[in-house]
Design a protein around this ligand. Structure first.
Ligand code: S3P
Length: 446
């Protein structure tokens, strides 16, 4: 990904009003391309997120032998090569900013007899890969990593890979998916034991592609996911719903900006993703879920958010996986609530595209919010709906190549006296192309 420095000022102005839709779900988009590349024949995908992260996956799948084209009507056509038939890439796979592309592809390649090198940007090169090299190593893949099990790394997959039973030491859909994808080309049953449920798009989609995958749920909520290897995937026609993680930005913007009334249509409502909406409602948000339906095997709805008086809450740590990417924008909502919001169990936020606990604590404090940073969460005493800020000049917030930090502070800026400057908005293109235009459209529509 080419990074272009792009300062941008966000300041109070008109309320947000109108109806918008957000780009396709990032998790489902990555998986659509990967699984289609493993099916023999042509799959079609509409609603694909055309952001840099997903384009990195598309580039990698092409380098591994799939044919991928976008037709004029925005539909993506993927001609897959079949499980076990990915080809040796001739150059390093550049994953840009995308942890999901990297970890899922490492899984896919672990059970193919080829060697691949993964590179990425400065943010991705700091992120831990030991969480996937450990189980994939047990399956027989070999890795040569940079210090700390980081990128750049070179891996050598193996055929036949050893099917394993693996208990996830960290609640991570990426690790779960990496092992399941490796299992697709291993003889026998590969099993993942998931003590805390995480997003289940891989499970739903693998079944949709015709893979023999079973999920058992134990009485304590532990999930055991078993996939039968040497699988044959059938090509599919897929529709990607709007990304709830992206929808959270205009929704929180509407909730905290006086006079706002925003509808976001076609939002994915998979319960493993919607913790943010449940927590906002628990804070008293005027957030209505309408027109609930199913699209492409995923629940979808339209969401209506109006300016609200929010009240601080204690967020139960077990809800974290279902809103793991939404904490940055949730913290912004908490800073505008009445009273105290406490979060805990969020150690994973320190190893996302940035250390999100540190950056959010630091940035919110700079615009006058009252924040206490703990090792595994933030405690925020809200301003009760009054705008934050009030210093002499608009502070500059460093997004550190983290799209969600950039977007969260952009929304905060709309409610910060004198506004704030984001040092570089370009990372937003990884997950939410059109974010700035969508915000200005909603303000212009007032
Ligand atoms: C994702 C899983 C989550 C999430 C990421 C997308 C996925 O990561 O933060 O944005 O598509 O599987 P972890 O598995 O590291 O929690």
């Amino acid at each position: 990904m080419t990074m272009i420095a792009r300062n941008m000022l966000f300041e109070p102005g008109a309320p947000l009003r109108g109806t918008v839709s957000v780009p396709g779900d990032k998790s489902i988009s990555h998986r659509s391309l990967m699984l289609s590349a493993l099916a023999v024949g042509e799959s079609r995908v509409s609603g694909l997120l055309e952001g840099e992260d997903v384009l990195a996956t598309a580039g990698a799948m092409r380098a591994l032998g799939a044919q991928i084209e976008r037709s004029a009507d925005g539909v993506w056509h993927i001609h897959g090569v079949g499980v076990g038939s990915l080809v040796q890439p001739t150059t390093a796979l550049d994953m840009g900013n995308s942890g999901t592309s990297t970890r899922l592809l490492m899984g896919l390649l672990a059970s193919h007899a080829l060697t691949a090198t993964f590179i990425g940007d400065a943010s991705l090169s700091k992120r831990p890969m030991g969480r996937v090299t450990a189980p994939l190593g047990l399956m027989g893949a070999q890795f040569m990593t940079s210090p700390g099990e980081r990128l750049p790394l070179t891996m050598r997959g193996i055929v036949p890979a050893v099917p394993i039973e693996y208990r996830l030491p960290v609640a991570s859909a990426q690790v779960k998916s990496a092992v399941l994808l490796a299992g697709l080309n291993a003889p026998g049953i590969t099993r993942v034991i998931e003590p805390v449920p995480t997003r289940d798009h891989s499970e739903r989609m693998l079944k949709g592609f015709g893979v023999d995958l079973r999920v058992e749920t134990e009485t304590d909520g532990t999930r055991i996911i078993s996939v039968r290897g040497e699988a044959e995937l059938r090509p599919q026609t897929l529709v990607v719903p709007g990304d709830p993680s992206s929808a959270a930005f205009p929704i929180v913007a509407a909730l905290i900006t006086p006079g706002s009334d925003v509808t976001v249509t076609n939002v994915g409502m998979n319960p493993t993703r919607t913790g943010i909406f449940r927590m906002l409602q628990a804070m008293g948000a005027d957030l209505t879920i309408t027109n609930e339906r199913e699209v492409g095997g995923e629940p979808v709805a339209d969401l209506v958010a109006r300016h609200s008086t929010l009240t601080g809450i204690d967020v139960p740590p077990d809800i974290a996986p279902s809103m793991i990417d939404e904490f940055p924008i949730f913290f912004v909502a908490a800073a505008h609530a009445q009273g105290i919001t406490r979060t805990s169990g969020l150690d994973e936020l320190r190893v996302k595209e940035s250390d999100r606990l540190a950056l959010m604590a630091h940035g919110l404090a700079r615009i006058g919010a009252s924040v206490e940073e703990r090792e595994d969460g933030l405690i925020i005493t809200g301003h009760g709906g009054d705008p934050l800020g009030g210093g002499n000049s608009a502070p500059t917030i460093a997004a550190e190549l983290d799209h969600r930090i950039a977007m969260s502070f952009a929304i905060a800026g709309l409610n910060t006296r004198g506004g704030l400057i984001i040092d570089d908005m370009s990372p937003v293109a990884t997950s939410f192309p059109g974010f700035v235009e969508l915000l200005s459209g909603l303000r212009g529509a007032a």
